[in-house]
Every structure is written in structure tokens, then in C-alpha cells.
Design a protein around this ligand. Structure first.
Ligand code: CUA
Length: 196
């Protein structure tokens, strides 16, 4: 008859090996921790989805896309770079098939910059690489993004939401210039803004 010890399942556990009940207990605890984490994450997704995120990512301001050119903040004379009394800068841009108006804006370095964008037609996208600027531009809403550029640089960025057949030709140019170059800027609409 074989010795009990020859059956590997009956052999006594070596030192350092945790008995089955303890393993089961630990696993049960971990399952509970993981379930709690999943439940919390699901709750966060559902609650923020319901209460806070059912709108374009940056803003809930609404605007009538049909009358942008006629009245309000986005009339042509008000587009482009504007210097606020506190020295910060606001840039207003309309995205439309298939251009940004103005499609070139100049902003000062080391200054708080607020972009306010809206669309006249389809959904467009506005993204400046290596910055926190990345927003959809949705007709009917004003997208607002704030940033501060740390160095003078020219950003050229295509619209990054497919908006129609001319999508790939729709580019925004944002030129970050030294502060003194923007002291008395007049908003300039169109490509001329980049050639000043
Ligand atoms: Cu505008 Cu793609």
C-alpha cells in the first residue's frame, strides 16, 4: 500500500504556503474591493453623464447659428483677437464649412487667452497640439477654452471633426507672438492676420 505522503494532494503543506481557507478569504475580500471600485466608477460615469456632461465639452452657452453674422458677439467686426481691460486676451472664431473665420489669429505669449468658438453649420473641431485646447465646435453652442502659451510658436491645425467634403482643407492658424507685438491690435479677419 502506498504511503499517504506519496499522494501529492495529501502531502502536508510546506512552510510558507497559505492554507486554502485563508486564500479563499483573501480572494473574497479582493472580489469585494474590485466590485466596490467598479460600482463607484460606474456611479461616477452615470451621475456625471446625467447631471453634468450632456453638452459640448467646454460650455453650455447657446447661440443662434442662423444669426451669427447679424447680431451679438460673433458679428464679423468682433471676431479675432481682442485685448480685455485686465490685459487678458479673448479670441472669437466662427468655424464654418470650410474655414475658420478668421482662419489666422495672433495671440500674445505668457498671457491668459480665452478662445470662444461657435459654428455656423456643421460640427467642427479645434485643437492645438501640446496645449489643453481641444474642443468640438457645435452649432448652437459657444465652446470656450482657456489657456496660456509659454512660448512663441505657430500652430497650424486642421479641423479635426469630419464636417463635409472640404473638411481636409479647413485649417486654423494660431500664431503666438511676443506681448509687445500685440499691444494695439485691431481684429483682422482673414489670412491677412498672419501676414501683419
Ligand atoms: Cu470643419 Cu472638419
Amino acid at each position: 500500500m502506498a504511503d499517504a505522503n506519496s499522494n501529492p494532494l495529501r502531502r502536508p503543506l510546506q512552510d510558507g504556503i497559505v492554507p486554502e481557507e485563508i486564500v479563499a478569504q483573501t480572494e473574497k475580500r479582493w472580489v469585494m474591493v474590485m466590485s466596490a471600485m467598479l460600482a463607484i466608477m460606474m456611479a461616477i460615469i452615470v451621475i456625471t453623464g446625467i447631471t453634468g456632461a450632456l453638452h459640448p465639452s467646454s460650455n453650455v452657452e447657446v447661440v443662434d447659428p442662423q444669426t451669427l453674422h447679424l447680431k451679438g458677439e460673433f458679428v464679423e467686426s468682433n471676431l479675432g483677437t481682442a485685448i480685455e481691460p485686465d490685459g487678458s486676451v479673448t479670441v472669437r472664431i466662427i468655424a464654418e464649412q470650410y474655414d475658420f473665420v478668421p482662419n489666422c489669429v495672433r495671440v500674445p505669449v505668457d498671457t491668459p487667452v480665452k478662445f470662444r468658438l461657435t459654428s455656423a453649420d456643421a460640427i467642427h473641431g479645434f485643437l492645438l497640439p501640446d496645449t489643453n485646447i481641444n474642443t468640438m465646435v457645435v452649432p448652437g453652442f459657444v465652446a470656450e477654452v482657456r489657456t496660456r502659451f509659454s512660448k512663441a510658436k505657430e500652430y497650424q491645425m486642421p479641423c479635426h471633426e469630419f464636417c463635409g467634403l472640404g473638411h481636409q482643407a479647413m485649417w486654423a492658424h494660431v500664431v503666438v507672438v511676443p506681448q509687445e507685438q500685440l499691444a494695439n491690435v485691431e481684429p483682422v479677419v482673414g489670412r491677412a492676420a498672419c501676414e501683419q
